[in-house]
Design a protein around this ligand. Structure first.
Ligand SMILES: *Cc1c(COP(=O)(O)O)cnc(C)c1O
Length: 417
């Protein structure tokens, strides 16, 4: 890693030091201004879409009502995949076609809840057509999830969809729309999502083109006119300083070309385009702030934080890179190699391995970058670690606590002790 590759934080060491007088570390802090600006860029990129483009924010990425309200203000809906996520939308007063319910292995009670809220239901399997009809009643509007399987084998970009548990095969998809029509559906959507954290814009153009062609084929075979295609989520973010963000304008231009060549040429317009991204919406705009409580020099050099993998699972679970800034030492050479650890009794409780950092001292604050999606939400309680607070950095520079930290009483609440 190049020493000069620094990434900025929207706060200084002094700011964090003052903040910790009120909110002790560790905490996740989210940058509202940056979330809003990014949401506006996303929407602007797809402003050509007939009938309007809409991203359904994947709630699992950052299931906090304050954040959900911000992205809702910016015109987003919500992609849910569980009872809790549906219930969170309900409590926020979100209902109807503002919700996309994209689940798999779905319990009947969740389909009932989705129906009750009037959510757009995205079915994962052909057997869910009768399952939904039997358990919750069939809606007017239905979306089906396509898994391209081996048809896309050899395409390095799309990975190996045939290994993924999600979606209908192509044959099932054609049959599924016919089944759904028989079950009473009158409006239809088509969805796919077969990659996660993808940084190549061409991948998303190809996915859009694949779906547009499929819209044409489905129309030919079943007479169904598709109302929307859902490109799924999975737009990656540059976790590493040497990576670049997906150029959404380029994705949009490529998708528009494919739309003309396929949808418009076959006189099937308008077909709306929607997506269900989470990571790219909030990921880069969250930081896990933690304090150095120990340093250790054995066979390797260690920095011991007051946060652990229970606050941010991605490095331990996927070996994922998260950039680390030692606050106040942004311009100090990164000339010491450290493992940055938490206190779990698991050796994979490391935020970074062999990471070049400025010389770190006890009491330093670190900001671990890109924790705004799949960060706090993936947290867990192993070793009795408590979930941290979540803070919101407002555009005016003030900070609001949008989730308090758990207490031991919270942790023991399900026990009789
Ligand atoms: C996880 C998931 C998303 C969001 O993924 P991101 O990487 O956060 O964009 C969207 N749709 C489905 C079906 C998912 O499982």
């Amino acid at each position: 890693m190049n020493d000069n590759q620094t990434r900025t934080t929207p706060f200084s060491r002094e700011f964090i030091e003052r903040l910790t007088e009120k909110y002790p570390t560790p905490f996740h802090i989210y940058d509202e201004r940056a979330i809003r600006e990014n949401a506006r860029r996303m929407n602007a990129a797809f402003s050509w879409v007939p009938g309007g483009y809409k991203n359904y924010f994947a709630v699992k990425a950052l299931p906090n009502p304050a954040i959900m309200q911000i992205v809702r203000d910016e015109g987003m809906g919500f992609d849910c995949s569980s009872m809790a996520e549906l219930a969170l939308c309900e409590r926020l007063g979100v209902s109807g076609e503002e919700i996309m319910f994209t689940s798999n292995d779905t319990p009947a009670a969740e389909y009932r809840k989705a129906r009750e809220l009037g959510a757009i239901i995205n079915l994962d399997d052909i057997t869910h057509v009768p399952f939904l009809e039997r358990t919750a009643g069939f809606p007017d509007l239905i979306c089906l999830r396509y898994n391209p399987g081996q048809l896309r084998q050899g395409n390095a970009i799309i990975g190996k969809p045939e290994e993924a548990k999600y979606g209908f095969t192509r044959e099932q998809l054609i049959a599924g729309y016919a089944d759904a029509k028989k079950a009473g559906a009158k409006r239809f959507g088509l969805h796919t999502m077969v990659a996660s954290n993808e940084l190549d814009p061409e991948y998303f153009v190809e996915t859009a083109a694949m779906l547009f062609d499929l819209v044409v084929e489905i129309h030919k075979k079943t007479g169904i006119k598709m109302e929307f295609v859902n490109l799924g989520g999975g737009v990656g973010i540059p976790y590493r300083p040497d990576q670049t963000a997906v150029d959404l304008e380029r994705v949009s231009r490529g998708a528009h070309d494919a739309y003309r060549a396929s949808i418009e040429k076959n006189e099937l317009a308008p077909v709306r385009i929607v997506s269900e991204n989470g990571r790219v919406v909030t990921g880069p705009y969250g930081y896990l702030v933690s304090r150095v409580i120990h340093t250790k020099d054995t066979y390797k050099k260690y920095v011991g934080l007051d946060a652990s993998m229970a606050n941010l699972m991605r490095p331990g679970m996927y070996g994922a890179y998260h950039h680390i800034t030692v606050l106040g030492k942004e311009n100090t050479p990164r000339d010491v190699m450290y493992d940055v650890t938490g206190s779990l009794c698991e050796n994979n409780d490391k935020f970074a391995i062999d990471r070049a950092l400025p010389r770190v001292e006890i009491g330093d604050f670190v900001a671990i970058h890109d924790t705004g999606a799949h960060g706090h939400s993936m947290g867990f309680n192993y070793n009795g670690k408590l979930r941290s607070a979540e803070l919101l950095l407002r555009p005016d520079g003030t900070v609001e606590m949008i989730r308090r930290a758990e207490t031991l009483d919270d942790h023991f609440a399900t026990l009789d002790v």
